[in-house]
Write a protein that binds this ligand. Structure first.
Ligand SMILES: [Zn+2]
Length: 101
C-alpha cells in the first residue's frame, strides 16, 4: 500500500503507518505483505486514519463524524485500543473513543 500525504488541504504532511494485522500473498517471485488493519497518523495536524479490511479510510472530517463511518471507525479504535496511543484513544482528531459528540 502506498501512503502518500495527509489529505487535509492545508497539511499534506507525510504520514506514519503502524500495522496491526497483515497477511502474506503467495507469489512465485516475491513475498508481498498485504495490510489488513493499520493505523495511519499525521505528525503535523494530529489526525488519525484507520486501515480497515485492507482499505485506508482517509475521508474528510465531516464524513467521519456521523453515521456508518463513525461507527466503523469507533469499532476500529475499540479493536486496537491496547495498541493505539492514549493520545488518539482519548484526544484523537477528528474524534476519539471518549468524544461526547
Ligand atoms: Zn495532516
Amino acid at each position: 500500500m502506498d501512503i502518500l500525504a495527509c489529505p487535509v488541504s492545508d497539511c499534506r504532511s507525510q504520514l506514519r503507518l503502524e500495522v496491526f494485522a497483515s497477511h502474506n500473498l503467495e507469489s512465485d517471485s516475491e513475498d508481498i505483505e498485504e495490510i489488513d488493519e493499520a493505523l495511519i497518523t499525521c505528525p503535523k495536524c494530529g489526525r488519525w486514519y484507520p486501515v480497515i479490511d485492507g482499505i485506508a479510510c482517509m475521508l474528510p472530517d465531516n464524513l467521519r463524524l456521523d453515521g456508518k463511518q463513525r461507527i466503523e471507525e469507533t469499532k476500529f479504535l475499540e479493536r486496537w485500543k491496547e495498541r493505539i496511543s492514549s493520545n488518539i484513544i482519548e484526544r484523537g482528531i477528528p474524534f476519539s473513543l471518549t468524544s461526547k459528540d
